[in-house]
Design a protein around this ligand. Structure first.
Ligand code: BTN
Length: 236
C-alpha cells in the first residue's frame, strides 16, 4: 500500500504519495490531479526521453509531479534541480534542453509529459548510485547526501517560487553548458550540426549552421568535443 502525506510549500498543499516499487511514477501520476507528487523507491519500467529506459534501482530519486500547464516548465525544472543540488555543494549545469550534468556527466534527467489540463514532470536523480557508465551521482560528488524527501522538497520549493519569465531564461542561460558548444541535434530524421549560440525567451536552442541560425524547439542534443564550463554558475 502506498503511504500518503502532505507537503506545505510556499503556501500550497501538495499530496505526496510514496510507493515502494512501481513500473513508472509517470504512469501512476497520469491518473492523479494537479499538485500531487508520486515518488518510488525503485521502478521496474522507468522511462527516459525518446522512449529510452531510465534504470531505477533503489538509491535514486524517482518522482513525478503533477502541475498546471506551464510553457517554461522545461527551463524551470532544470534550474530548480540545479539550485537544489547546489545546497549540497554540487556545481551542476544544464545540457539543453534539461539534462542535469556535473563535469559533463549526467546526474539527473527530466521527462515532461502533458495534456491540455496538466503537465507531469518526471525527475530522476542519481543519489547513491550512477546506474549507467559515464553518469555520476550525488554520493560521488559530495559527502552531504540528502534524503529523497529533503531533495524533492527543495526542488518543489524552487519550482513554486514565482519567477518573471525573463529572469528564469537568464538563470537558465547562465547554467546552460550547451551555449557555445559544437552540437549535433537530432529531430526525428533531421540532424542539425553547428555551434549553439543562445537560448531564446521560449527556451528554444539557437544553432548557427553553415546556412544560418536555426531555432530548435525540441531535440536530442549531443555536444561534440566536450562541454563548456563556467565556474560558479548558479541561480540566485
Ligand atoms: C531522461 O533524462 O531521459 C529523463 C529521465 C526521467 C526519469 C524519471 S524517474 C521518475 C519519472 N518516472 C519515469 O519513468 N521517468 C521519470
Amino acid at each position: 500500500m502506498p503511504e500518503t502525506r502532505f507537503l506545505s510549500i510556499r503556501g500550497r498543499k501538495l499530496r505526496l504519495i510514496r510507493y515502494d516499487n512501481v513500473a513508472s511514477t509517470q504512469r501512476v501520476a497520469r491518473e492523479l490531479p494537479v499538485e500531487t507528487v508520486v515518488i518510488a523507491h525503485s521502478q521496474t519500467a522507468g522511462r527516459g526521453r525518446y522512449g529510452r529506459e531510465w534504470i531505477s534501482p533503489p538509491g535514486g530519486m524517482y518522482a513525478s509531479i503533477v502541475l498546471t500547464p506551464d510553457p517554461l516548465l522545461p527551463l524551470r525544472a532544470g534550474v530548480a534541480i540545479v539550485a537544489a543540488l547546489s545546497a549540497y555543494g554540487i556545481n551542476a549545469r544544464l545540457k539543453w534542453p534539461n539534462d542535469v550534468t556535473v563535469r559533463g556527466k549526467k546526474i539527473a534527467g527530466i521527462l515532461i509529459e502533458s495534456n491540455p489540463k496538466k503537465m507531469i514532470l518526471g525527475i530522476g536523480v542519481n543519489i547513491r548510485a550512477a546506474p549507467i557508465p559515464g553518469a555520476t551521482s550525488v554520493l560521488r560528488e559530495t559527502d552531504a547526501v540528502p534524503t529523497v524527501d529533503e531533495l524533492i522538497e527543495r526542488i518543489i520549493a524552487r519550482l513554486l517560487t514565482p519567477r518573471v519569465d525573463a529572469e528564469l531564461t537568464r538563470d537558465y542561460r547562465r547554467l546552460c553548458a550547451t551555449i557555445n558548444a559544437e552540437v549535433l541535434v537530432s529531430m526525428g530524421t533531421e540532424q542539425i550540426r553547428g555551434r549553439a549560440v543562445g537560448i531564446d525567451q521560449r527556451g528554444r536552442l539557437l544553432v548557427r549552421t553553415h546556412t544560418g541560425v536555426r531555432r530548435i524547439h525540441s531535440g536530442d542534443c549531443r555536444h561534440i568535443g566536450g562541454d563548456t564550463f563556467d565556474v560558479g554558475a548558479h541561480p540566485r
